[in-house]
Design a protein around this ligand. Structure first.
Ligand SMILES: *Cc1c(COP(=O)(O)O)cnc(C)c1O
Length: 402
């Protein structure tokens, strides 16, 4: 690009410098363009590819029931809501969805946010103050970390999935005033491992801490009918704040917090994304609502998701791949260096398979990977073909021995 002939120097040129650093490190990316609905075989960047990149666990993103519900809602209520929830932005369907989710999760109440990100950040930041303490798993999601920072509470990080370390930190804080919040992801998004909820709940109870769980990757995946990790571990009534997302298995967009009536009423009054950002359009709310009906009426979709997960993982493992610590449909394929992961991902795409390459700093150095996410909508034939492509390209690149 040529610089303008005259005029002041570009005050944003420091961004160009930083982008050039990303380019030099091989971590600059371009956004891939999806040219079809999000389906097991999707069209992207001009190519038909088996899609193992989305979080569309149950294949609901393009489900006819959700689409019909969205279209009906648009006809009845229009395209937008006109304001934030506390003004004109609460329609009857918003309240109906919150009641439906609360009943589904067996909690008193629920509040829906615009995204899982704002649900986490808005909740943590509104319930804590600088006098308080957060005890947080080192691999918790960015939205939790941002919520912690916004709260200005003191942040104490415990080793990944280590309830004993969390308990030790709580013990060390026992003479401190201020409230304590113990927080973990239900399923970790990079490794697909499950948070050790029973041990954490016990530690929280022993030390009078509030227990909060982010079930973004567990909503619709773990527990009966996809009720999440609290249900999976049989811990109903012992986790005060349950966050879930409507953007992954539910197939649409949004986040929610489930808990006591007082928690939800407090968030209605104090959570900043709820108060200061416009509510979901009717189409989003109605489609989410239809998805919960499907979770209740057709739980077989979740059984298929888990069958596909077991089938895919065991095929990969018998071909010699390292699938890390995964216990869920999130399947990392560890290759080592970040540059290798990105090159492998690009080569897979050329061969008809879409799976994201992930490297440092998102995952530790030397643990770069392809992240493949199985869904209920994939057929055995899709999975067989995916394993064949993954294996063939890995052998060609020397990632797997020939
Ligand atoms: C994806 C994700 C979120 C954010 O959810 P969105 O609805 O996409 O904003 C929050 N927490 C975790 C652990 C996630 O993986």
């Amino acid at each position: 690009m040529s610089a303008p002939l005259s005029g002041p120097a570009n005050p944003l040129s420091f961004l160009t410098d930083q982008l050039n650093e990303l380019r030099a490190a091989g971590s600059f990316f371009r956004l891939r363009e999806l040219e079809s609905a999000c389906e097991p075989v999707s069209r992207a960047d001009g190519r038909e590819v088996i899609n193992l990149a989305s979080n569309n666990y149950l294949g609901l993103a393009n489900h006819p029931r959700l689409k019909e519900a969205a279209l009906d809602a648009i006809r009845k209520y229009g395209a937008g809501t006109g304001a934030v929830r506390t003004i004109t932005g609460t329609m009857a369907i918003h309240m109906e969805l919150e009641r439906k989710i609360a009943a589904f999760k067996h909690t008193e109440a629920c509040v829906v946010f615009q995204s899982g990100f704002t649900a986490n950040a808005g909740t943590v930041s509104s319930i804590l103050t600088p006098e308080d303490h957060i005890i947080s798993d080192e691999l918790n999601h960015a939205s939790i970390i941002d919520g912690c920072r916004l709260s200005r509470a003191k942040i104490h990080v415990f080793r990944h999935r280590d309830p004993a370390h969390a308990a030790e930190i709580l013990e060390g804080l026992s003479d401190q005033s201020g409230r304590k919040l113990l927080i973990t992801d239900g399923v970790f998004s990079m490794d697909g491992d499950i948070g050790p909820l029973p041990g954490l709940v016990a530690a929280a109870e022993r030390h009078g801490a509030v227990m909060m769980i982010d079930d973004a990757h567990s909503s619709g995946v773990l527990g009966r009918n996809g009720r999440g990790t609290v249900d999976h571990f049989g811990l109903h009534g012992r986790v005060q704040i349950q966050v879930g997302t409507l953007s992954k298995a539910i197939g649409v967009l949004g986040g929610y917090v489930c808990g006591s009536r007082d928690l939800i009423d407090y968030l209605y009054h104090r959570a900043r994304p709820f108060l200061f950002s416009t509510s979901h359009p009717p189409a989003v709310t109605a489609a989410c609502s239809a998805a919960f009906d499907l979770l209740v009426e057709e739980p077989e979709r979740i059984a298929i998701l888990w069958e596909n997960t077991r089938y895919f993982k065991s095929a990969l493992q018998s071909n010699g791949f390292d699938t890390g610590a995964s216990e869920t449909p999130i399947t990392p394929i560890i290759v080592g260096e970040a540059a290798v992961a990105h090159k492998y991902s690009a080569a897979l795409f050329e061969e008809g398979l879409w799976a994201t390459g992930i490297g440092f700093p998102t995952v530790p150095k030397g643990r770069a990977r392809i992240r493949a996410i199985v869904t209920a909508a994939h057929t055995r034939a899709h999975l067989d073909q995916a394993v064949e492509i993954l294996t063939r390209v890995a052998r060609r690149m020397g990632i797997l021995g020939a």
